[in-house]
Design a binder for this molecule. Structure first.
Ligand code: ATP
Length: 473
């Protein structure tokens, strides 16, 4: 449903969640900024992941490695040679396309059987790295350029997705370095540091959250595919031979994490990779049903000893672990969980967004409400004095002072109460509290719940506790 997706994108902009980067200069393609509500929401998702990985698992620790890494890292990881997508340019429109996206879009216009046949042919050619074959396939199916409708294609080429830059003196040719395209390598190169200094015993994990950069060729669909984005990755090091069990464990554990955020389980599914990397022995994605269809949010990969083995080979440092239980030295196997923070943000926003019809007794009414889980909501509590006088703002501000060390609180005294409620619905604030004249008499306030829109009177001194309980649920 493209319309719903467009409505969500507009809402994100209108309510300070996501802006186009450098918008006053017409923006930068596939780069976005998070506004006042978006930054807070993103932080809450990040903190929730971090806590569930590090604090809730005593055998997982977190690190924060640099974005810049020694260039040999990317030779060892295979990114210099292999991190590329086949692309093709249209000679007339000068538009560049990722070959797989171009062919997939065409397959969608065919009937199911013909579409499947085309995808199967494409996958075989992609697996064989047959660039000429891909070009021939595009021509055989007379695949047109979406913009100009022409079929005038260049040859298919490999396009490396890493951004490169120069470290220090530009004249030194050995100084070419890359912006990391994934955070995982910062974990692998620190494997020994963490294992030794933390006296970690296998099985154990290292988690990291940080920016990654990819020069994506087709970067559309809002923050789904960005050129600068954030990843939350965890590498779990295990004894060789136990990787199948751990893969299963992490698949289930990660799905539980997603479901703990309250989405309908029917909106999630696992998707097994059709073609595995040569070193991998299992790989599955967690997909979520966005308004634009089921799409990947997270990957769970069983990567064997490939990464540590390659770093051992390139660095000549032993990436080994001495397992005292079995008296053996080995390069640990790795199960990886890798989720995009921005994509999780998009999931959270899509899942929360609702245009609710409130028409009653012939009186038309509606609202947009963001039904964020309370623990992720950017603002937890809004506090409103009913009027600007009679000492009500003072009571409201006192409550604000009590609450704000514990969670994000918002204060507002302008406009009718109903209007103020609706503005909080639109940014997903789960609780609003109104201070009125009765408060002065009996120390009670009206609390209004975002989801049900129900209101009740509760003691003023119970507000903080009530909100804290809900956000820690
Ligand atoms: P895709 O097939 O969509 O390009 P991928 O399989 O290359 O993704 P991974 O390299 O496994 O993705 O990255 C792990 C996670 O990082 C993805 O599941 C996704 O959530 C996120 N991610 C990857 N690329 C981007 C991007 N360009 N923008 C935003 N998030 C991304």
């Amino acid at each position: 449903d493209q319309n719903k997706f467009q409505a969500i994108i507009s809402h994100c902009k209108e309510y300070g969640f996501v802006f186009q980067s450098s918008e006053i200069y017409d923006g930068l393609s596939a780069v976005y900024d998070y506004g006042q509500n978006g930054a807070q929401l993103k932080k809450n998702i990040r903190d929730y992941w971090w806590k569930s990985m590090t604090q809730m698992h005593d055998n997982i620790v977190g690190i924060d490695a640099a974005i810049f890494m020694h260039p040999t890292t990317w030779k060892a990881s295979g990114h210099v040679d292999g991190f590329s997508d086949p692309m093709i340019d249209n000679k007339d429109s000068k538009k560049r396309y990722r070959v797989d996206h171009l062919i997939e879009a065409h397959a969608e216009t065919l009937d199911a059987a013909a579409g499947e046949e085309l995808i199967a042919k494409m996958n075989a050619l992609l697996a064989a790295d047959d660039l000429a074959g891909l070009k021939a396939l595009i021509e055989a199916y007379k695949i047109k350029c979406a913009v100009s409708g022409t079929v005038n294609w260049t040859d298919v080429r490999q396009f490396n997705l890493m951004f490169s830059t120069q470290l220090g003196s530009v004249t030194d040719e050995a100084s070419e370095i890359y912006l990391r395209p994934e955070t995982a390598q910062g974990i692998f190169v620190n494997f020994l540091n963490v294992q030794k200094t933390g006296r970690m015993k296998i099985p154990f994990g290292i988690a990291q959250i940080g920016k990654a950069f990819r020069n994506e060729i087709v970067a559309r669909q809002f923050i789904f595919r960005m050129r600068e984005f954030e990843q939350m990755e965890m590498q779990f090091f295990v004894r060789p031979g136990t990787q199948k069990e751990w893969f299963q464990y992490w698949k289930e554990e990660r799905m539980k994490w997603h479901l703990s955020l309250g989405a309908d389980p029917a909106k999630y599914k696992f998707h097994e990779h059709e073609k595995l990397a040569f070193y991998a022995d299992a790989a599955e994605d967690i997909e979520f049903e966005f308004p634009i269809g089921f799409k990947e949010v997270e990957g769970i990969h069983s990567r064997t000893d490939h990464d540590l083995g390659r770093h051992q080979e390139f660095s000549k440092k032993k990436m080994q672990y001495f397992d005292t239980e079995i008296n053996q030295n080995y390069i640990p196997y790795v199960i990886e969980t890798s989720i995009g923070l921005d994509r999780m943000f998009l999931l959270t926003v899509c899942n929360a967004y609702e245009e609710e019809d409130l028409t009653k007794d012939g009186k038309e009414d509606s609202r947009v409400v963001m039904r964020f889980p309370a623990k992720l909501a950017p603002t937890k509590l809004a506090i409103f004095p009913l009027t600007k006088k009679d000492g009500l703002p003072e009571i409201a501000k006192e409550l604000m002072d009590i609450c704000k060390p514990h969670f994000h609180t918002f204060y507002e005294e302008k406009d009718a109460i109903g209007k103020r409620y609706r503005r909080q619905d639109a940014i997903g604030t789960p609780f609003c509290v109104t201070i009125d004249h009765q408060t002065k008499e009996d120390n009670t306030v009206t609390i209004r719940y975002r989801d049900s829109m129900e209101q009740e009177r509760i003691p003023l001194d119970k507000v903080k506790e009530l909100v804290l309980n809900k956000i820690n649920e």
